[in-house]
Design a protein. Structure first.
Length: 589
């Protein structure tokens, strides 16, 4: 059985943010999505329920849904119309929904517009279900707007809120699992990052010129360590790049030493006297050149200047800076003759040529005479850039292979949802204290999502730490050795966030707590969590992503994350997993 829903372009776009469509009143009450979104009928009326037509309606845009996407027992027949009212959200499922557009141009424009909207993330997923309208549409009868709000509205909205958080968490978990790298690759990333940062620091040290000698051995050791980590990894094909890096580093060391010698010389007491002597000689040669020109080509230069002045005056009459005489004109021919005479003199008079060479040589020396500036600077800077670019090439190569899809997301979180929408995650191979704290934190985040706020605030994180810490102390597990360590970690972090402590630590023996703390420290983006955990060698990134996704909510998750699994085998696994959760929540609700 198929049903049809009329919609406009604006609201259709928003449905690809949440992958669902709701009655207009839901958008005002629930804690996610766009406040401005409304379900609007063909006549611009606002309905408290979705209007489902049994026959394809005449409209610019329409959605066709399969009956298995709804609970048909909730349908209410509209009087004097071949349509029904439906009181709750309809969640899309690939293969069970299609989208009709008025023409091909509207599809192209719709897709183009979606690309610039951060949260619209499922266009590509459903693009195969876009099509242009047929001739089988029928006119739409006017529907009486006196339909009632459902008594279950608050329950439906509550379920939507919970599901938005859980879906955000599951999607983020799947993406975290897909991009998780091995311990060996993580060590390689750390070694490459450390090498890159050290070389960047060396660049600053060299170019600042504040030291007389530099110990280059740590940089050579860091290069050797990164090469060793690459040899242990599965990306040995990039090993030739390290020969290039070694040669670049050797050149940097050689030129840096020469540069430091120049800088050291610049700081000696005699250097200022040498510069003053150069300035004096430069002025002497300048005067000599002037005297030679005055004695030999003064009249020629004056005549040439007169022609150029005439060109300037002619240009002013036409609003230009200068107007040149046309070729073959007497002035143009004479101008070329004068220029040739000046050139020949400067090339053929040995005294003038020698004085000019000396003048330019002194001028070049003075250009590099500023303390801290040398002739080696530009070459050294280009070498540092080449070094960084080569490291970036290796990192991109490794990351590209990690994200190719060789990771499987068929092992999704083991979730149990109770009748009151409480969530329990089973985590293998971790302490019971960690699992307990994680579930307390997870349920708190699901019950208190970030909502429609654009960013996650520090006060939000402080509140999460306070409340989950209190809830954890109510359990016996908090009194064990690991329990006390977990509470100490949370307490020290709370003191740090409240500026009562300068530092805090993360226990190395509790991997789930490492994931929890990574989320609490870097809650504003999955990419920040990713970098933080990578730099510290923390595993179980997927559990940090799960918390972030639940707090952020699926509606606000960007396409830069979800694109990792769109139109892939992982997408099908995740969709089936989420559909089963949705069904279970509806049954419990």
């Amino acid at each position: 059985m198929k049903y049809w829903i009329i919609i406009d372009s604006w609201n259709l776009m928003d449905t690809f943010t949440t992958e669902s469509l709701s009655p207009h009143s839901f958008y005002l009450k629930r804690s996610f999505g766009n406040d401005l979104t409304r379900y609007i009928s063909k006549d611009g009326e606002l309905f408290n329920n979705l209007v489902l037509y049994k026959k394809e309606p005449l409209s610019e845009y329409a959605i066709e849904i399969d009956s298995n996407l709804i609970n048909e027992s909730l349908l209410v027949k509209v009087k004097n119309a071949d349509a029904y009212l439906y009181p709750k959200t309809i969640y899309y499922r690939k293969g069970n929904v299609r989208f009709r557009f008025r023409d091909e141009a509207s599809i192209r424009g719709f897709v183009a517009e979606s690309k610039i909207i951060y949260e619209v993330k499922t266009i590509e997923k459903y693009f195969g279900s876009f099509y242009v309208g047929t001739n089988n549409v029928v006119g739409v009868c006017k529907i009486d707007k006196n339909e009632q709000l459902s008594f279950e509205l608050d329950n439906y909205v509550h379920t939507d809120n919970i599901y938005n958080s859980i879906k955000g968490g599951v999607i983020s978990y799947a993406c975290g699992e897909k991009t998780t790298t091995s311990i060996e690759n993580q060590s390689l990333f750390l070694a490459l990052t450390s090498l890159k940062n050290m070389i960047a620091g060396l660049n600053t040290t060299v170019m600042m010129g504040e030291v007389s000698r530099i110990d280059f051995s740590p940089y050579k050791i860091s290069l050797a360590k990164a090469k060793c980590e690459l040899m242990k990894s599965e990306y040995k094909t990039s090993i030739s790049v390290f020969e290039v890096l070694k040669h670049i580093l050797d050149d940097i060391i050689s030129l840096s030493s020469m540069r430091l010698d120049v800088i050291a010389k610049q700081k000696t007491p005699t250097y200022a006297l040498e510069i003053a002597e150069l300035e004096k000689k430069k002025e002497e040669y300048r005067n000599l050149l002037y005297r030679l020109e005055e004695s030999n080509i003064h009249e020629i230069k004056e005549e040439l200047k007169m022609i150029k002045d005439m060109e300037v005056e002619n240009g002013k009459k036409e609003g230009k800076n200068r107007k040149f005489f046309p070729k073959e004109s007497p002035e143009y021919v004479r101008k070329q003759e004068l220029k040739l005479l000046i050139h020949n003199y400067k090339e053929e008079n040995e005294e003038y040529k020698q004085a000019y060479r000396e003048f330019k040589a002194i001028e070049a020396s003075l250009a590099n005479s500023i303390v801290g500036v040398t002739k080696y600077d530009s070459v050294i800077s280009s070498l540092f850039i080449r070094f960084s670019d080569n490291i970036n090439d290796i990192v991109r190569n490794v990351k590209a292979n990690v994200n190719k899809g060789n990771k499987s997301t068929d092992v999704l979180p083991i979730i149990d949802i109770t009748n009151n929408s409480s969530v329990n995650i089973s985590i293998e191979s971790v302490s019971k204290e960690e699992e307990l704290l994680y579930n307390i934190l997870l349920n708190y985040v699901i019950s208190n999502p970030n909502g429609k706020n654009s960013s996650i605030s520090d006060s939000k994180i402080i509140t999460i730490v306070e409340e989950t810490g209190k809830l954890f102390t109510e359990h016996e597990e908090s009194k064990s050795e690991y329990g006390r360590l977990i509470l100490e970690t949370l307490r020290n972090f709370w003191l740090y966030k409240n500026q009562r402590s300068d530092t805090f630590s993360i226990p190395y023996q509790l991997p789930i707590i490492q994931a929890v703390m990574s989320f609490l420290i870097k809650p504003r983006g999955f990419d920040q969590i990713d970098r933080f955990m990578l730099n510290r060698g923390f595993q179980l990134k997927k559990y940090a992503f799960l918390l972030w996704g639940c707090l952020t909510g699926y509606a606000a998750i960007p396409k830069t994350l979800t694109n990792l699994i769109i139109n892939s085998a992982q997408e099908m696994i995740v969709d089936e997993f989420l559909w089963n959760i949705n069904v279970k929540m509806c049954e419990n609700g």
